[in-house]
Write a protein that binds this ligand. Structure first.
Ligand code: SF4
Length: 361
Protein backbone atom coordinates (compact mmCIF):
# COMPACT_ATOMS: atom_id res chain seq x y z
CA UNK A 1 0.00 0.00 0.00
CA UNK A 2 1.43 3.41 -0.96
CA UNK A 3 1.71 6.37 1.40
CA UNK A 4 -0.93 8.12 -0.74
CA UNK A 5 -3.34 5.19 -0.21
CA UNK A 6 -2.76 5.32 3.53
CA UNK A 7 -3.59 9.05 3.63
CA UNK A 8 -6.75 8.48 1.55
CA UNK A 9 -7.84 5.62 3.79
CA UNK A 10 -7.18 7.69 6.91
CA UNK A 11 -9.37 10.53 5.60
CA UNK A 12 -12.16 8.17 4.53
CA UNK A 13 -12.13 6.36 7.88
CA UNK A 14 -12.27 9.66 9.81
CA UNK A 15 -15.30 10.70 7.77
CA UNK A 16 -17.05 7.34 8.26
CA UNK A 17 -16.44 7.34 12.01
CA UNK A 18 -17.69 10.93 12.38
CA UNK A 19 -20.95 10.07 10.61
CA UNK A 20 -21.91 7.09 12.80
CA UNK A 21 -23.67 7.89 16.06
CA UNK A 22 -25.71 4.68 16.57
CA UNK A 23 -24.60 1.07 16.48
CA UNK A 24 -24.82 -0.47 13.01
CA UNK A 25 -24.14 -3.96 11.68
CA UNK A 26 -22.61 -4.57 8.27
CA UNK A 27 -22.31 -8.15 7.05
CA UNK A 28 -19.53 -9.23 4.72
CA UNK A 29 -21.05 -12.26 3.05
CA UNK A 30 -17.89 -13.84 1.71
CA UNK A 31 -14.91 -15.41 3.41
CA UNK A 32 -12.41 -13.52 1.26
CA UNK A 33 -13.76 -10.23 2.61
CA UNK A 34 -13.62 -11.63 6.15
CA UNK A 35 -9.98 -12.47 5.58
CA UNK A 36 -9.09 -9.15 3.96
CA UNK A 37 -10.92 -7.05 6.58
CA UNK A 38 -8.90 -8.81 9.29
CA UNK A 39 -5.65 -8.69 7.30
CA UNK A 40 -5.88 -4.94 6.67
CA UNK A 41 -6.95 -4.29 10.28
CA UNK A 42 -10.07 -2.49 9.03
CA UNK A 43 -12.22 -3.49 12.00
CA UNK A 44 -9.76 -1.81 14.34
CA UNK A 45 -9.74 1.42 12.31
CA UNK A 46 -13.50 1.85 12.41
CA UNK A 47 -15.64 3.24 15.20
CA UNK A 48 -16.68 0.57 17.75
CA UNK A 49 -20.23 1.46 16.78
CA UNK A 50 -19.64 -0.16 13.35
CA UNK A 51 -19.92 -3.90 13.79
CA UNK A 52 -18.58 -5.89 10.86
CA UNK A 53 -20.03 -9.40 11.08
CA UNK A 54 -19.27 -12.40 8.90
CA UNK A 55 -21.70 -14.34 6.77
CA UNK A 56 -21.84 -17.88 5.37
CA UNK A 57 -19.40 -17.32 2.49
CA UNK A 58 -16.51 -19.52 3.58
CA UNK A 59 -17.06 -22.61 1.40
CA UNK A 60 -15.19 -24.98 3.67
CA UNK A 61 -16.99 -23.76 6.80
CA UNK A 62 -20.46 -24.38 5.34
CA UNK A 63 -19.67 -27.81 3.92
CA UNK A 64 -21.94 -30.22 5.79
CA UNK A 65 -20.51 -33.08 7.88
CA UNK A 66 -22.41 -35.59 5.72
CA UNK A 67 -20.31 -34.54 2.75
CA UNK A 68 -17.09 -35.39 4.62
CA UNK A 69 -18.72 -38.66 5.74
CA UNK A 70 -19.49 -39.49 2.10
CA UNK A 71 -15.89 -38.86 1.03
CA UNK A 72 -14.75 -41.12 3.88
CA UNK A 73 -17.22 -43.78 2.77
CA UNK A 74 -15.83 -43.61 -0.77
CA UNK A 75 -12.35 -44.24 0.65
CA UNK A 76 -13.56 -47.71 1.71
CA UNK A 77 -13.16 -48.69 -1.96
CA UNK A 78 -9.56 -49.79 -2.41
CA UNK A 79 -9.27 -48.21 -5.84
CA UNK A 80 -10.59 -44.77 -4.80
CA UNK A 81 -8.33 -41.76 -4.41
CA UNK A 82 -9.93 -38.61 -2.95
CA UNK A 83 -8.42 -35.39 -4.30
CA UNK A 84 -9.14 -32.24 -2.32
CA UNK A 85 -8.02 -28.67 -1.79
CA UNK A 86 -6.02 -28.45 1.44
CA UNK A 87 -8.52 -26.48 3.51
CA UNK A 88 -11.00 -29.37 3.52
CA UNK A 89 -8.49 -31.89 4.91
CA UNK A 90 -8.98 -31.08 8.58
CA UNK A 91 -12.75 -30.44 8.53
CA UNK A 92 -14.48 -33.12 10.55
CA UNK A 93 -17.49 -35.17 9.66
CA UNK A 94 -19.18 -37.67 11.99
CA UNK A 95 -16.32 -40.15 11.70
CA UNK A 96 -13.33 -37.81 11.67
CA UNK A 97 -11.50 -35.96 8.93
CA UNK A 98 -9.79 -36.73 5.62
CA UNK A 99 -6.48 -35.90 7.32
CA UNK A 100 -7.10 -38.76 9.77
CA UNK A 101 -8.01 -41.06 6.89
CA UNK A 102 -4.68 -40.20 5.28
CA UNK A 103 -2.93 -41.13 8.53
CA UNK A 104 -4.83 -44.45 8.46
CA UNK A 105 -3.28 -45.13 5.04
CA UNK A 106 -6.24 -44.16 2.87
CA UNK A 107 -5.59 -42.51 -0.47
CA UNK A 108 -6.14 -38.78 0.02
CA UNK A 109 -4.27 -36.27 -2.13
CA UNK A 110 -4.08 -32.48 -1.76
CA UNK A 111 -4.37 -30.61 -5.05
CA UNK A 112 -3.90 -26.97 -5.94
CA UNK A 113 -5.98 -26.72 -9.11
CA UNK A 114 -8.43 -28.77 -11.20
CA UNK A 115 -5.63 -29.30 -13.76
CA UNK A 116 -3.72 -31.16 -11.03
CA UNK A 117 -6.62 -33.58 -10.77
CA UNK A 118 -6.65 -34.20 -14.51
CA UNK A 119 -2.93 -35.06 -14.43
CA UNK A 120 -3.45 -37.42 -11.50
CA UNK A 121 -6.30 -39.21 -13.31
CA UNK A 122 -4.09 -39.66 -16.39
CA UNK A 123 -1.21 -41.05 -14.33
CA UNK A 124 -3.26 -43.34 -12.06
CA UNK A 125 -5.36 -45.09 -14.68
CA UNK A 126 -6.10 -48.12 -12.49
CA UNK A 127 -7.67 -46.04 -9.75
CA UNK A 128 -10.79 -43.89 -9.56
CA UNK A 129 -10.12 -40.27 -8.66
CA UNK A 130 -12.94 -38.52 -6.76
CA UNK A 131 -12.47 -34.76 -6.67
CA UNK A 132 -14.10 -32.97 -3.71
CA UNK A 133 -15.83 -30.15 -5.60
CA UNK A 134 -16.81 -27.55 -2.98
CA UNK A 135 -17.12 -23.82 -3.41
CA UNK A 136 -19.37 -21.10 -4.77
CA UNK A 137 -20.08 -19.68 -8.21
CA UNK A 138 -16.43 -18.58 -8.42
CA UNK A 139 -15.11 -22.14 -8.64
CA UNK A 140 -18.07 -23.73 -10.45
CA UNK A 141 -16.78 -22.78 -13.94
CA UNK A 142 -13.43 -24.42 -13.15
CA UNK A 143 -15.17 -27.67 -12.21
CA UNK A 144 -17.30 -27.43 -15.36
CA UNK A 145 -14.23 -26.88 -17.53
CA UNK A 146 -12.52 -29.85 -15.83
CA UNK A 147 -15.44 -32.16 -16.59
CA UNK A 148 -15.61 -31.01 -20.21
CA UNK A 149 -11.88 -31.64 -20.56
CA UNK A 150 -12.31 -35.07 -18.93
CA UNK A 151 -14.87 -35.97 -21.59
CA UNK A 152 -12.83 -34.49 -24.42
CA UNK A 153 -9.74 -36.46 -23.42
CA UNK A 154 -11.83 -39.63 -22.88
CA UNK A 155 -10.69 -39.99 -19.29
CA UNK A 156 -12.96 -42.48 -17.54
CA UNK A 157 -11.60 -42.53 -13.99
CA UNK A 158 -12.33 -38.99 -12.78
CA UNK A 159 -15.50 -38.10 -10.84
CA UNK A 160 -16.82 -35.18 -8.82
CA UNK A 161 -18.49 -35.29 -5.44
CA UNK A 162 -20.20 -31.92 -5.57
CA UNK A 163 -21.18 -29.53 -2.83
CA UNK A 164 -21.13 -26.33 -4.88
CA UNK A 165 -23.23 -23.57 -3.38
CA UNK A 166 -24.97 -20.47 -4.66
CA UNK A 167 -25.01 -17.08 -2.94
CA UNK A 168 -28.49 -15.81 -3.72
CA UNK A 169 -30.49 -18.46 -1.81
CA UNK A 170 -28.37 -18.14 1.33
CA UNK A 171 -28.66 -14.34 1.27
CA UNK A 172 -32.44 -14.76 1.11
CA UNK A 173 -32.22 -17.22 4.01
CA UNK A 174 -30.34 -14.72 6.19
CA UNK A 175 -32.48 -11.71 5.31
CA UNK A 176 -35.69 -13.73 5.58
CA UNK A 177 -35.11 -14.61 9.22
CA UNK A 178 -37.50 -13.03 11.74
CA UNK A 179 -34.78 -11.46 13.85
CA UNK A 180 -32.55 -10.29 11.00
CA UNK A 181 -30.09 -7.77 12.37
CA UNK A 182 -28.17 -6.52 9.34
CA UNK A 183 -28.11 -2.86 8.28
CA UNK A 184 -25.96 -3.25 5.18
CA UNK A 185 -24.20 -5.89 3.11
CA UNK A 186 -20.81 -6.09 1.44
CA UNK A 187 -21.27 -8.41 -1.54
CA UNK A 188 -18.47 -10.56 -2.96
CA UNK A 189 -16.86 -9.07 -6.06
CA UNK A 190 -15.41 -12.38 -7.25
CA UNK A 191 -18.80 -14.12 -7.22
CA UNK A 192 -20.39 -11.12 -8.96
CA UNK A 193 -17.62 -11.16 -11.59
CA UNK A 194 -19.07 -14.54 -12.64
CA UNK A 195 -22.79 -14.09 -11.96
CA UNK A 196 -23.22 -10.39 -12.63
CA UNK A 197 -25.16 -8.21 -10.22
CA UNK A 198 -28.54 -10.00 -10.45
CA UNK A 199 -28.15 -12.36 -7.44
CA UNK A 200 -27.45 -9.39 -5.16
CA UNK A 201 -30.08 -6.90 -6.35
CA UNK A 202 -32.88 -8.36 -4.15
CA UNK A 203 -30.98 -7.25 -1.03
CA UNK A 204 -32.16 -3.72 -1.80
CA UNK A 205 -35.17 -4.34 -4.03
CA UNK A 206 -36.84 -6.95 -1.79
CA UNK A 207 -35.41 -6.23 1.67
CA UNK A 208 -34.59 -2.51 1.41
CA UNK A 209 -31.11 -3.05 2.82
CA UNK A 210 -28.11 -1.14 1.42
CA UNK A 211 -25.79 -3.42 -0.57
CA UNK A 212 -22.52 -2.84 -2.39
CA UNK A 213 -20.57 -5.17 -4.69
CA UNK A 214 -17.07 -4.76 -3.34
CA UNK A 215 -13.49 -5.60 -4.38
CA UNK A 216 -10.78 -6.91 -2.12
CA UNK A 217 -8.22 -4.13 -1.69
CA UNK A 218 -8.29 -2.04 1.50
CA UNK A 219 -9.50 1.01 -0.42
CA UNK A 220 -12.29 -1.03 -2.10
CA UNK A 221 -13.55 -2.16 1.29
CA UNK A 222 -13.29 1.24 2.98
CA UNK A 223 -15.02 2.98 0.04
CA UNK A 224 -17.83 0.43 0.09
CA UNK A 225 -18.28 0.70 3.87
CA UNK A 226 -18.40 4.48 3.47
CA UNK A 227 -21.21 4.18 0.89
CA UNK A 228 -23.11 1.72 3.11
CA UNK A 229 -22.78 4.05 6.12
CA UNK A 230 -24.07 7.03 4.12
CA UNK A 231 -27.13 4.98 3.14
CA UNK A 232 -27.68 3.58 6.62
CA UNK A 233 -27.55 7.05 8.20
CA UNK A 234 -29.95 8.41 5.58
CA UNK A 235 -27.44 10.78 4.00
CA UNK A 236 -28.16 9.19 0.61
CA UNK A 237 -31.09 6.94 -0.40
CA UNK A 238 -30.90 3.17 0.01
CA UNK A 239 -29.68 1.77 -3.28
CA UNK A 240 -27.71 -1.08 -4.79
CA UNK A 241 -24.20 -0.10 -5.86
CA UNK A 242 -21.21 -1.69 -7.56
CA UNK A 243 -17.83 -0.26 -6.55
CA UNK A 244 -15.95 -3.07 -8.30
CA UNK A 245 -16.78 -2.09 -11.87
CA UNK A 246 -13.22 -2.79 -12.99
CA UNK A 247 -14.08 -6.51 -12.66
CA UNK A 248 -17.87 -6.79 -12.39
CA UNK A 249 -20.37 -5.95 -15.11
CA UNK A 250 -24.13 -6.32 -14.67
CA UNK A 251 -24.36 -9.39 -16.90
CA UNK A 252 -21.38 -11.27 -15.46
CA UNK A 253 -18.92 -13.45 -17.36
CA UNK A 254 -20.76 -15.01 -20.31
CA UNK A 255 -18.16 -17.70 -20.93
CA UNK A 256 -18.16 -18.83 -17.29
CA UNK A 257 -21.97 -18.76 -17.06
CA UNK A 258 -22.26 -20.82 -20.26
CA UNK A 259 -19.91 -23.41 -18.77
CA UNK A 260 -21.97 -23.58 -15.56
CA UNK A 261 -25.25 -23.85 -17.47
CA UNK A 262 -23.93 -26.54 -19.77
CA UNK A 263 -22.62 -28.85 -17.02
CA UNK A 264 -24.69 -28.18 -13.90
CA UNK A 265 -28.28 -27.95 -12.78
CA UNK A 266 -29.80 -26.43 -9.65
CA UNK A 267 -30.57 -28.59 -6.62
CA UNK A 268 -31.08 -28.37 -2.84
CA UNK A 269 -28.19 -28.78 -0.41
CA UNK A 270 -27.46 -28.85 3.31
CA UNK A 271 -25.37 -26.01 4.70
CA UNK A 272 -23.42 -26.70 7.88
CA UNK A 273 -24.95 -24.71 10.70
CA UNK A 274 -27.93 -23.65 8.61
CA UNK A 275 -29.61 -26.75 7.23
CA UNK A 276 -31.23 -27.47 3.89
CA UNK A 277 -31.67 -24.48 1.57
CA UNK A 278 -33.79 -25.06 -1.51
CA UNK A 279 -32.17 -24.46 -4.92
CA UNK A 280 -28.90 -23.40 -3.34
CA UNK A 281 -26.63 -25.93 -5.00
CA UNK A 282 -25.17 -26.85 -8.39
CA UNK A 283 -24.98 -30.55 -9.27
CA UNK A 284 -23.96 -32.30 -12.49
CA UNK A 285 -26.88 -32.36 -14.93
CA UNK A 286 -28.14 -35.42 -16.76
CA UNK A 287 -25.72 -34.94 -19.68
CA UNK A 288 -22.78 -35.23 -17.31
CA UNK A 289 -24.10 -37.66 -14.67
CA UNK A 290 -21.50 -40.26 -15.67
CA UNK A 291 -18.96 -38.07 -13.81
CA UNK A 292 -20.99 -37.96 -10.60
CA UNK A 293 -19.25 -40.01 -7.87
CA UNK A 294 -22.59 -40.79 -6.18
CA UNK A 295 -23.86 -42.44 -9.35
CA UNK A 296 -20.60 -44.15 -10.24
CA UNK A 297 -20.45 -45.86 -6.82
CA UNK A 298 -24.20 -46.19 -6.29
CA UNK A 299 -24.22 -44.41 -2.93
CA UNK A 300 -26.23 -41.59 -1.39
CA UNK A 301 -24.92 -38.41 0.22
CA UNK A 302 -24.71 -39.13 3.96
CA UNK A 303 -26.72 -36.93 6.25
CA UNK A 304 -25.42 -36.06 9.68
CA UNK A 305 -26.80 -34.31 12.71
CA UNK A 306 -23.32 -33.86 14.14
CA UNK A 307 -23.11 -30.25 12.99
CA UNK A 308 -20.50 -28.79 15.32
CA UNK A 309 -18.35 -29.95 18.19
CA UNK A 310 -19.67 -29.18 21.69
CA UNK A 311 -19.29 -25.54 22.74
CA UNK A 312 -18.38 -24.46 19.19
CA UNK A 313 -20.30 -21.36 18.08
CA UNK A 314 -19.56 -21.69 14.34
CA UNK A 315 -23.29 -22.07 13.63
CA UNK A 316 -23.91 -18.57 14.97
CA UNK A 317 -20.67 -17.11 13.62
CA UNK A 318 -21.62 -18.27 10.11
CA UNK A 319 -24.84 -16.29 10.07
CA UNK A 320 -23.49 -13.19 11.80
CA UNK A 321 -25.25 -13.77 15.12
CA UNK A 322 -21.96 -13.99 17.01
CA UNK A 323 -18.39 -12.89 16.42
CA UNK A 324 -15.57 -15.40 17.04
CA UNK A 325 -14.36 -13.64 20.20
CA UNK A 326 -17.77 -14.34 21.77
CA UNK A 327 -16.96 -18.09 21.77
CA UNK A 328 -15.47 -19.37 25.04
CA UNK A 329 -12.99 -21.53 23.14
CA UNK A 330 -11.63 -18.75 20.95
CA UNK A 331 -7.82 -18.38 21.15
CA UNK A 332 -7.58 -20.70 24.17
CA UNK A 333 -8.88 -24.21 23.50
CA UNK A 334 -9.40 -23.38 19.80
CA UNK A 335 -6.52 -22.12 17.63
CA UNK A 336 -5.50 -22.74 13.98
CA UNK A 337 -2.99 -25.36 15.28
CA UNK A 338 -5.72 -27.09 17.30
CA UNK A 339 -9.01 -26.08 15.67
CA UNK A 340 -12.31 -27.19 17.15
CA UNK A 341 -14.73 -25.98 14.47
CA UNK A 342 -14.51 -25.36 10.70
CA UNK A 343 -14.38 -21.56 11.12
CA UNK A 344 -10.92 -21.97 12.68
CA UNK A 345 -9.73 -24.41 10.00
CA UNK A 346 -10.18 -22.59 6.72
CA UNK A 347 -8.04 -19.51 6.14
CA UNK A 348 -11.28 -17.79 5.08
CA UNK A 349 -13.09 -18.83 8.26
CA UNK A 350 -13.99 -15.94 10.55
CA UNK A 351 -12.37 -17.49 13.61
CA UNK A 352 -9.06 -18.15 11.81
CA UNK A 353 -9.03 -14.59 10.38
CA UNK A 354 -9.77 -13.05 13.78
CA UNK A 355 -7.13 -15.19 15.41
CA UNK A 356 -4.42 -14.58 12.83
CA UNK A 357 -4.83 -10.81 12.51
CA UNK A 358 -6.37 -9.89 15.84
CA UNK A 359 -9.42 -8.38 14.19
CA UNK A 360 -11.38 -8.30 17.41
CA UNK A 361 -11.75 -5.40 19.80
FE1 SF4 B 1 -15.91 -22.94 16.87
FE2 SF4 B 1 -13.38 -22.46 17.57
FE3 SF4 B 1 -14.72 -20.60 16.30
FE4 SF4 B 1 -15.34 -21.22 18.82
S1 SF4 B 1 -13.43 -20.30 18.11
S2 SF4 B 1 -16.76 -20.87 17.12
S3 SF4 B 1 -14.93 -23.41 18.83
S4 SF4 B 1 -14.15 -22.61 15.50
Amino acid sequence: MTQEDKILIGKAVAQINKSITNDIRIMEICGTHTYQIARFGIRKLLSPKIHLVSGPGCPVCVTEPGYIDTLIKLLEYEDVVVATFGDLLRVRGSYGSLEEQLAFGKKVITVYSPENVLDIAKKRKNENIVFAAVGFETTAPLYAALIKMTRKERINNLFLLTSIKQMKPVIRFILGKDNVNVDGMLCPGHVAAITGTAPFLPITTDYNIPAVICGFEAMDIIASISILCRQITGEIPVQFMNTYKRCVCDTGNRLALDLINEVFEISDVNWRGIGMIKDSSLILNRNYKEYDALIKFGIKMQSSSNLFPKECECGKVLIGEKTPDMCVNFACKCTPEHPIGPCMISSEGACASYYRYGGYS
